[in-house]
Write a protein that binds this ligand. Sequence first.
Ligand SMILES: C[C@H](O)[C@H](O)[C@H]1CNC2=NC(N)=NC(=O)C2=N1
Length: 101
Amino acid sequence: MTAEPLTPTEIERRLGDLPGWALEGSRLTRTFRLPSHFAAAALTVHIAQIQDELNHHSELTLGYDTVALAVHTHDAGGAVTEKDLRLAARVAAAAPAHGAA
Ligand SMILES: C[C@H](O)[C@H](O)[C@H]1CNC2=NC(N)=NC(=O)C2=N1
């Protein structure tokens, strides 16, 4: 799949379908809050599984009861591409089952 940089306007439009996600610099970011540290750790493992499946990987940070992601596409010079939005959508769909808000 080609990874074309998306324009900031297009990214902001698409973020309308991804509540809580933001464009910070040239990365899509999101921080989830979880009911416990163990729930947060479980979410990171679930995200790792999704990332391997998509062959697209965020910077993924486990806190005490938080999980933070920042993602961009190295193959597109560090821009945000369709691959990042696809990963964000998969993570957004998986997170609620872990109690994420
Ligand atoms: C060879 C392989 O496709 C790559 O290195 C993948 C793996 N995961 C990746 N993850 C992210 N975030 N950006 C990439 O460009 C990328 N490239």
